[in-house]
Design a protein. Structure first.
Length: 117
């Protein structure tokens, strides 16, 4: 479906995120799945941030990127890219959407130390 620039301005914005070391050889596929889910959910995907195993404090760096109030969600292939949990420091500033399993973690909800309700 073609959208005009004005229509994109009204749609919610999202950032994709993945860890290159977690995606491995599937990185392009993970990026494709992030884009597809963001589009299906009605988000404008602004970019995908990809960090590696040596990135210092990747969640804090990602939280700094998404502090922009216009960014409503981070779309990630799965919680493995966050070390298996939903990071509360990220949920303090934005929602998290996982591709598989497809889940929505709302901004401001504390999922506890294990990342679960």
């Amino acid at each position: 479906m073609l959208r005009t620039k004005g229509e994109d301005m009204r749609r919610p914005r999202a950032i994709g995120y993945l860890r290159r070391d977690v995606s491995g050889i599937q990185q392009q596929w993970d990026e494709t799945r992030i884009r597809a889910l963001a589009e299906r959910l009605g988000y404008v995907l602004l970019k995908t941030v990809a960090f590696g195993a040596t990135t210092a404090d990747p969640v804090a760096r990602l939280a700094a990127v998404v502090r922009d109030p216009r960014i409503e969600a981070v779309v990630v292939p799965g919680l493995a890219h966050f070390g298996g949990r939903t990071p509360s420091e990220l949920l303090a500033v934005t929602a998290v959407v996982t591709v598989f399993p497809e889940r929505f973690y709302a901004r401001g909800v504390d999922f506890g130390a294990d990342g679960l309700l």
